[in-house]
Ligand binder design. Structure first.
Ligand SMILES: NC(=O)c1ccc[n+]([C@@H]2O[C@H](COP(=O)([O-])OP(=O)(O)OC[C@H]3O[C@@H](n4cnc5c(N)ncnc54)[C@H](OP(=O)(O)O)[C@@H]3O)[C@@H](O)[C@H]2O)c1
Length: 324
C-alpha cells in the first residue's frame, strides 16, 4: 500500500472509515465481530489510517475501534472528531467551546483505550465559538501530548486560514467523490497553498458509486440515506445513471465500480487519502486493492466530466452547519 503525507503525517493513502459499523447505515451494529475482523484485515492489508468520531453511535463506534485496536494501536494513525455533542449543557447542533473540546477529548481517549489521538478533527465549524478559541485549546492538547495533529471537517476557506494561523492544521476532511466535487472549487486550492492534507469522506458516494444500491427499499428507517436528498425519488434515478457510468468503466478494466471510484480520487493528488467505509472483510479487501488500479487519461477524463449528482449532500438542517 502506497503511503502519502497529510502535511507531515504519514498515512496509507487508502484508510478505513468505521462509522457505518455502528451508525447511520442499514446493518450498523448488527455484527460487531465482523466489524472487528474488518479492522484487523485492513491493518493486515497495510491500512494505517482509521477514522471514527465521538458522535458515531454516539460513543459505541469509538469503543468498537478501541477494542479492535487493542495490541495494534501503534500500527495505525487513529483519527476521531469532536464538536457534535455538547458536554457543557449548551443546546444546538455544535459545541466547540474549549471546555467542551477538553471534555470530549478525555472521553474519546478513554473509549479508544489510548493515551493519544493522532489526528483530532473539529467535526463541524461552530458558529458559537471563534475558531481561534477552539484551535487554541487544541494547541494546548498537542502541547500536553493528548493529541498529535489538528484537523477540521467541512470547513470553508476562511475558517481554514484562521485556524491555520493559530496552529498548523494537518488535514481537512470533507465529502469528496465522483458524486460530490464541491471541494475542488474553493477548498482544495487553499489546502494546497497552505500544505494541508485532504481526507475525502464518503468516497463511495455513501455506497451509491459501488452499484450495490439500486432502490431506496434497501434502507431501513434508521438509515441516514432514507431522507437524504441524493437518495430520494427523482434524484435517485438521475444518480443511478451516474453510478452506471462508473460501472461501465469498471467493466472496461475488469475491476469493480468501488475500485474505479477510489482510483479516480487517488488520481486527484498525492495529498489526498480517502477513507472508504465498510463493515465487511470482503469489501475492505476490495476497496484496499484500489491502490493498484490505474486509470488511463481517457478514463479519468470521462469520469471527471460526469455531471454532478442530483440533490444536496445533506438535509437542509445538516447543510446549515457545513461551510463550503
Ligand atoms: N466528517 C464527516 O462529517 C463524515 C461524514 C460521513 C462519513 N465520514 C467518515 O467517512 C467514512 C466513509 O464514509 P461513508 O461510510 O459515509 O461512505 P462511503 O465510504 O462512501 O460508503 C460506505 C457505504 O458503502 C458500502 N460499501 C463499502 N464498500 C463497498 C463495496 N466495495 N461494494 C459495495 N458497497 C460498499 C458500505 O456498506 P457495508 O458497510 O455494508 O459494506 C456503506 O454502506 C465514514 O466511515 C466516516 O468515518 C465522515
Amino acid at each position: 500500500m502506497k503511503h502519502i503525507e497529510l502535511r507531515d503525517l504519514d498515512v496509507s493513502r487508502i484508510g478505513l472509515g468505521a462509522m457505518g459499523m455502528s451508525h447511520g447505515y442499514t446493518g450498523a451494529g448488527v455484527d460487531d465481530a465482523e466489524s472487528v475482523r474488518t479492522i484487523h484485515r485492513a491493518v493486515e492489508l497495510g491500512v494505517t489510517f482509521i477514522d471514527t468520531a465521538e458522535v458515531y453511535g454516539p460513543y459505541v463506534n469509538e469503543e468498537l475501534v478501541g477494542r479492535a485496536l487493542k495490541g495494534r494501536r501503534d500500527q495505525v494513525v487513529l483519527a476521531t472528531k469532536f464538536g457534535l455533542i455538547s458536554h457543557t449543557g449548551r443546546s444546538g447542533p455544535t459545541d466547540s467551546s474549549p471546555e467542551n473540546v477538553r471534555a470530549a477529548a478525555e472521553g474519546s481517549l478513554k473509549r479508544l483505550g489510548t493515551d493519544h489521538i493522532d489526528l483530532y478533527y473539529q467535526h463541524r465549524v461552530d458558529a458559537g465559538t471563534p475558531i481561534e478559541d477552539t484551535v487554541g485549546c487544541l494547541a494546548e492538547l498537542v502541547a500536553e501530548g493528548k493529541i498529535r495533529h489538528i484537523g477540521l471537517s467541512e470547513a470553508g476557506p476562511d475558517t481554514i486560514r484562521r485556524a491555520h494561523a493559530v496552529h498548523p492544521v494537518t488535514a481537512v476532511q470533507s465529502e469528496y467523490s465522483l458524486f460530490t466535487r464541491d471541494p475542488e472549487a474553493r477548498v482544495l486550492p487553499v489546502l494546497r497553498e497552505l500544505n494541508i492534507g485532504f481526507v475525502p469522506f464518503s468516497p463511495l458516494g455513501r455506497g451509491f458509486l459501488t452499484g450495490a444500491i439500486r432502490s431506496t427499499d434497501q434502507f431501513d428507517s434508521t438509515d441516514f440515506r432514507a431522507d437524504n436528498p441524493r437518495f430520494t425519488e427523482g434524484n435517485f434515478q438521475h444518480n443511478l445513471r451516474l453510478a452506471d457510468q462508473v460501472a461501465d468503466v469498471a467493466v472496461q478494466i475488469g475491476v469493480t465500480p468501488a475500485q474505479v471510484a477510489l482510483a479516480w480520487l487517488l488520481a486527484q493528488g498525492d495529498d489526498i487519502a480517502p477513507i472508504p467505509g465498510t463493515r465487511r472483510v470482503a469489501r475492505v479487501e476490495e476497496n484496499t486493492a484500489a491502490d493498484a488500479v490505474r486509470l488511463t487519461d481517457e478514463q479519468l477524463a470521462r469520469l471527471s466530466s460526469l455531471p454532478p449528482a442530483a440533490g444536496d449532500t445533506h438535509t437542509e438542517a445538516q447543510m446549515r452547519v457545513m461551510e463550503r
